[in-house]
Design a protein around this ligand. Structure first.
Ligand SMILES: [Fe+2]
Length: 382
């Protein structure tokens, strides 16, 4: 047996922990900080609420609040130049995956040469990065604890995956109270992203005895919280479960990489701006069923149990079908649309399939697909 596991982020979890930001920055000797967020988080009042904790500490801050979904490379450049001009000595990202991934990319450029496009791939970042405090406001990406930053190159229509050492935030303040105001559709798409992370990490070819129990616990925790958080956003226990589950999944996939659902979601995002979690939720039931022959009976049973299914006495194939059906039912209950309803033209499928096959995540999916297989999966999901 051979495996590696890295978790390099100091983690503080619990209701109200984001209030410790000012004290923690002060204790680290930080004087000037750049806050990276998006317009939605800013409009929801979360940035002002968190920045309020910097008052009385003497820490100066500047905001970059323009981060777009599927964050593009030119925004990384723009925010890096602002951070250099402001002479910030730490970054704070507030939001979902897009602000956190943008801040990771900015942090790379603050201590490494060239543009972010030079770092697409595995273990490409040579110089250590400065302090980055990540504060998630959605329960999905787990980006607060991962050594992964996904940045879009709009010219090449490609999602770059910068993965490995010197990428992860130094500190994560994971505070369920910050997710209370999320609307149901964001709860659904980010929650399905987190569930996809847990399941793809569990069946990844890089799964290990360290990640397996974390991945199963993540899936169980997400299944306990997702429907509840979707129905009632003020349910703090469900919100807490979702943030815990997404963070656990982040610890896993940062080590195992992901699978074919992510490979299919990435080009849907790059070509048609489909939200990342929606793309995953659409692909996941089909990808899980496709993978069944390559998943061990024990692991398949554990997945069924984690999803709350009665799988005792079922054959391997029956368990696989039950898992796929449950994932479809869940997506339906969360009103995840079909691909054809969200602006993905059918004649684009061959291109999407070709791009998906070349994605980094395809390397760790348990059943090696052909381009025809991926086309068939897209057509089934269409
Ligand atoms: Fe994801």
């Amino acid at each position: 047996m051979e495996f590696m596991f890295v978790a390099s982020t100091f983690l503080q979890f619990g209701c109200g922990v984001s209030k410790q930001l000012g004290d923690m920055l002060s204790a680290s000797g930080v004087k000037r900080v750049m806050l990276i967020c998006d317009k939605g988080v800013k409009a929801a009042g979360l940035v002002d609420r968190i920045a309020g904790n910097l008052k009385d500490t003497g820490i100066e801050y500047r905001e970059y609040d323009k981060v777009l979904p599927n964050p593009p490379d030119y925004q990384v450049q723009e925010a890096t130049e602002l951070a250099r001009e402001f002479k910030s000595d730490a970054l704070v990202s507030i939001g979902g995956g897009s602000p956190m991934d943008t801040a990771k990319a900015v942090n790379i450029l603050l201590s490494n040469p060239s543009t972010i496009n030079a770092y697409d791939g595995l273990n490409t970042v040579k110089n250590p990065v400065g302090p980055h405090f990540a504060i998630p406001t959605t329960a999905g990406t787990g980006s607060e604890v991962t050594g992964v930053s996904v940045i879009t190159d709009p010219k090449a229509k490609k999602k770059m995956v910068i993965f490995g050492a010197n990428v992860a935030p130094s500190v994560a303040l994971v505070d369920p109270e910050l997710t209370m105001g999320l609307p149901p559709e964001i709860t659904a798409s980010t929650g399905m992203d987190a569930l996809t992370h847990a399941l793809e990490a569990y069946i990844s070819t890089l799964a290990s005895p360290v990640t397996d129990p974390l991945a199963l616990e993540s899936a169980r925790t997400i299944m306990r919280g997702l429907r509840r958080a979707y129905r009632n956003g003020q349910d703090i226990e469900a919100r807490s479960d979702m943030l815990l589950g997404s963070m656990l999944a982040g610890l896993c996939f940062s080590n195992t990489c992901l699978g074919l659902a992510h490979s299919m979601s990435h080009p849907m995002g790059a070509y048609c701006n489909v939200a990342h979690g929606v793309g995953n939720a659409i692909a996941l039931p089909y990808v899980m069923e496709y993978n069944v022959p390559a998943i061990s009976p024990e692991k398949l049973t554990r997945i069924g149990e984690a999803l709350g299914l009665a799988v005792a006495g079922k054959t391997h194939e029956e368990t696989g079908k039950a898992i796929s059906a449950e994932l479809s039912t869940l997506a339906g209950e969360l009103r995840i649309p079909r691909i054809r309803d969200i602006g993905v033209p059918k004649d684009l499928i061959p291109t999407l399939a070709r791009v998906a096959l070349d994605e980094l995540s395809t390397q760790t999916t348990p059943r090696k697909p052909t381009v025809e297989d991926v086309k068939t999966l897209f057509e089934a999901a269409w």
